[in-house]
Design a protein around this ligand. Structure first.
Ligand code: HEC
Ligand code: HEC
Ligand code: HEC
Length: 120
C-alpha cells in the first residue's frame, strides 16, 4: 500500500521530465526567406533512442546551437542523416520542416526545458 502510493507520486514526475515538445529552429531560415523550422521532438524520440541523435549524430541538446544549415542537411548531416528519401522522406519536402509561423523565435515550445539525470 505504502509503496503503491509512493509509485503514484514518483511516476508522474519521471514521465514529466522525460517529455519534450516542439523545437523551433529559426537561426537563419526566416532571414533567408523560408518559414521557421518546427522540429517535433516528441514524434522523433518515440521512434529513436536519444543516443541516435545526441551521441551518434552529435546533436547538442540545446535549441538552435547546432549550426544546422541546409547545405549540411543536403550532405547527409543533422536532419539529412535520415531525411534522405531512405530512412524518412527527403529534403525536397521543404514545407514539412519549414512549417512555422513567421516571427517564431528559436526555442522549445511547451514541455520542459531541462533534462533529468542519466537519460542517455
Ligand atoms: C531524431 C533525433 C532526436 C532524438 C531521437 C532525440 N532528440 Fe533531443 N533534440 C533533437 C534536436 C534536433 C534538437 C534541437 C537541436 C537544435 O535546435 O539544434 C533536440 C533538442 C533536445 C534538447 C534541448 C531542448 C530542450 O528540451 O531544452 C534536449 C534536452 C533533448 N533534445 C533531449 C533529448 C532526450 C532526453 C531524448 C531521448 C528521450 C532525445 N532528446 C531524443 C533531436 C533528437
Ligand atoms: C528535414 C527538414 C528540412 C527540410 C525538408 C528542408 N529544410 Fe531547410 N532547414 C532545415 C533546418 C533545420 C534549417 C536550419 C534553420 C535555422 O537555423 O534557421 C534549415 C535552413 C534553411 C535555410 C536557411 C539558410 C541555410 O542555407 O541554412 C534555407 C534557405 C532553407 N532551409 C531552404 C530549404 C528549402 C528550399 C527546402 C526544400 C528544397 C528545405 N529547406 C527543406 C530543415 C529542413
Ligand atoms: C534519426 C533519424 C531522423 C533524424 C535525425 C530526423 N528525423 Fe525527422 N523524421 C524521421 C522519421 C523516420 C520520420 C517519419 C517519416 C514518415 O512518417 O515517413 C520523421 C518525420 C519528421 C517530420 C514529420 C512529423 C509528422 O508529424 O509527421 C518532421 C517535420 C521532421 N521529421 C523534421 C525533422 C527535422 C527538422 C530534423 C532535424 C532537426 C529531423 N526531422 C531529423 C527521422 C529523423
Amino acid at each position: 500500500m505504502w509503496f503503491g502510493l509512493l509509485a503514484l507520486l514518483v511516476l508522474p514526475a519521471v514521465v514529466a521530465w522525460a517529455e519534450y515538445a516542439d523545437v523551433v529552429i529559426n537561426e537563419r531560415a526566416e532571414e533567408e526567406g523560408m518559414a521557421p523550422v518546427i522540429y517535433p521532438h516528441w514524434f522523433h524520440r518515440i521512434r529513436f533512442q536519444c543516443s541516435v541523435c545526441h551521441v551518434d549524430l552529435e546533436f547538442k541538446t540545446a535549441a538552435g546551437q547546432n549550426g544546422i544549415t541546409m547545405d549540411k542537411i543536403s550532405q547527409g548531416e543533422f536532419c539529412g542523416a535520415c531525411h534522405n528519401g531512405e530512412i524518412a522522406w527527403s529534403v525536397d519536402n521543404c514545407d514539412l520542416c519549414h512549417s512555422g509561423k513567421a516571427g517564431l523565435e528559436t526555442g522549445i515550445r511547451g514541455g520542459h526545458e531541462t533534462t533529468g539525470p542519466g537519460v542517455f
